[in-house]
Design a protein around this ligand. Structure first.
Ligand code: COA
Length: 206
């Protein structure tokens, strides 16, 4: 959202807030992925308010307080940034906010990160999730030097699974967890995917 109309003082304020963020901005053919910081809070509040976006994650939209108090701190972890990983927000060439992509900290494994993505509903179906995630995988393996990238989603989240499979991650397991307040189809479980550096570098079959 860096339209010409943005005031220079707002811009300066943003740059000031981004000081200390060490992750690079990543670019693809159609996307600019910039490090997610608190300046993106309003866009993320709006994204997380859509129950359809969170259908396979929370089964409902999140409140502003949940986003600001619980989720923004997880998305702006300084320890992740120090390692070159974390969350990025994506915009198209016209500056329209599309959603976020992440390489999240795996607490017990500093050589791994967990891939994630969440796009506005009107951005679905254009190949953006795959395009942005491909840039994060390249960053993870070629720049940060991670050994492994993993991901998890509900078994019934066909869109997310299709993205992971297009990227070359392998389905390595299915878990059925006990939830106090399960989402529909939770009984079909959560699926785990991963790719390691060797598989990332290996020539693809298709
Ligand atoms: C899942 C999500 C990221 C997919 O984003 P997207 O930009 O539409 O995905 P892409 O366009 O890159 O699609 C990649 C492939 O998945 C397929 N796909 C996308 N959504 C699908 C769906 N709901 N069902 C089946 N296939 C789907 C696409 O057809 C495409 O395959 P193709 O190239 O062979 O046609 C998006 O729907 C989203 O943000 N959902 C809400 C948040 C979410 O569930 N995140 C994952 C939680 S773990």
């Amino acid at each position: 959202m860096y339209a010409d109309s943005a005031s220079s003082s707002a811009r300066a304020q943003q740059e000031e807030k981004e000081e200390g963020v060490t992750r690079p901005t990543l670019r693809t053919e159609r996307l600019v992925l910039e490090p997610l910081t608190v300046v993106h809070t309003e866009q993320l509040v709006e994204l997380d308010a859509d129950p359809e976006v969170l259908r396979f994650i929370f089964g409902r939209g999140l409140t502003r307080a949940e986003v600001v108090d619980t989720w923004m701190p997880k998305r702006t972890r300084a320890d992740a940034d120090a390692r070159g990983i974390g969350y990025w927000v994506g915009h198209d060439a016209g500056g329209t906010f599309l959603g976020w992509w992440s390489l999240a900290v795996v607490d017990d494994d500093p050589d791994s990160a967990e891939l994630g993505y969440r796009l506005r509903r009107d951005a679905w179906g254009h190949g953006y999730a795959t395009e942005g995630a491909r840039a994060l995988l390249a960053h993870a393996f070629e720049t940060v030097g991670l050994r492994r990238v993993c991901a998890e989603t509900m078994a019934v989240n066909a869109g997310s699974r299709a993205v992971l499979e297009k990227l070359g991650l392998s389905h390595v397991g299915t878990r059925v967890e006990q939830w106090d307040d399960p989402l529909p189809d939770a009984a079909l479980g959560e699926v785990d995917y991963e790719i390691d550096a060797a598989a990332y570098r290996a020539p693809r079959q298709s």
